[in-house]
Design a protein around this ligand. Structure first.
Ligand code: 2HA
Ligand code: ZN
Length: 270
């Protein structure tokens, strides 16, 4: 059996969580990440018959039965993950139609997965229906995106267009745009279901006055999505109160679509 702390998916997640913390996106215990793992890559590092304990999920997700997830722990600080991955992270297998999670590694102090586990699992289901290669769901609290939800209309077309106009590469990185949920109580199945519904049409979902969700094929892609949207929001917050003299026109957006071979979300451009 290989040493689990040397597994590429653990090393990469620890690096990503540390990076998220250093970006200021995850104060205190803010944020959570889950990664769908392959049984084959897991088997080299863990005895999959050794269940440490079983945790009730509080929801059903039959599509995820038998799937393995590496996930951050509830109440854990991203800041600390690099010093003690086994306490701050866990690997679970979903069973009994997703109503139970078997802990196979981690959460060594008796902890459990993030309070946003419903939103993560339901988002995985929704994204994998659109793109079977989707494996990562990431949630965090980037300051400029959050700030924007106080001063910008939450209309999804307007919100997306504003972000696209803030940096040339935005439309290339997230041509599917950004969906937006109004303020809702976090940590519930309701916000999980609402987030998953929004994930059907975009890989980014803003939670007004709270943060953002991103989904992607790997940690780099998902981090990059949020990083790009947050950069655009930063530009917006720097200029929104100033007279705007120039912008990126829809004609220019169409040039970007052509040149980079992407298709902007239907109806979002003139
Ligand atoms: O505490 O970010 O949304 C973790 C969170 C909850
Ligand atoms: Zn949060």
């Amino acid at each position: 059996m290989k040493e689990i702390l040397q597994a590429p998916y653990i090393i990469e997640l620890v690096r990503t969580l540390t990076n998220m913390y250093q970006h200021g996106w995850d104060e205190r215990n803010g944020g959570n990440v889950s990664v769908l793992l392959d049984e084959a890559e897991l088997k080299e590092y863990l005895d999959l018959t050794n269940v440490i304990r079983t945790i009730h999920t509080g929801f059903a997700a039959p599509e995820l039965e038998g799937n393995y997830f590496l996930v951050t722990g509830t109440g854990k600080y991203f800041k600390n993950v690099q010093y003690d991955p086994a306490n701050n992270l866990g690997i679970v297998r979903l069973t009994e139609k997703g109503t139970r999670a078997e802990l196979l590694w981690g959460f060594t102090d008796g902890g459990r997965f993030t309070s946003e586990f419903p939103a993560h699992m339901m988002s995985h289901v929704a994204r994998r229906r659109v793109d079977p290669a989707s494996r990562v769901v990431m949630h965090c609290h980037p300051a400029n995106l959050l700030a924007m939800t106080y001063v910008h209309e939450l209309d999804e077309v307007k919100f997306t267009r504003t972000l696209w106009q803030m940096c040339t590469e935005c439309i290339v990185v997230f041509p599917d745009g950004v969906n937006v949920l109004p303020w809702m109580l976090c940590g519930t199945n309701e916000i999980g279901e609402a987030t998953a519904k929004k994930m059907e049409t975009a890989r980014l979902v803003v939670w007004a006055q709270h943060g953002i969700y991103g989904a992607g094929r790997d940690l780099d892609e998902t981090f990059g999505l949020i990083e790009t949207a947050e950069k655009a929001a930063e530009i917006y917050m720097k200029i929104a109160h100033l007279p705007i003299l120039n912008t990126i026109s829809d004609a220019a957006m169409h040039q970007l679509e052509q040149h980079f071979g992407v298709k902007a979300r239907d109806g979002y451009l003139q």
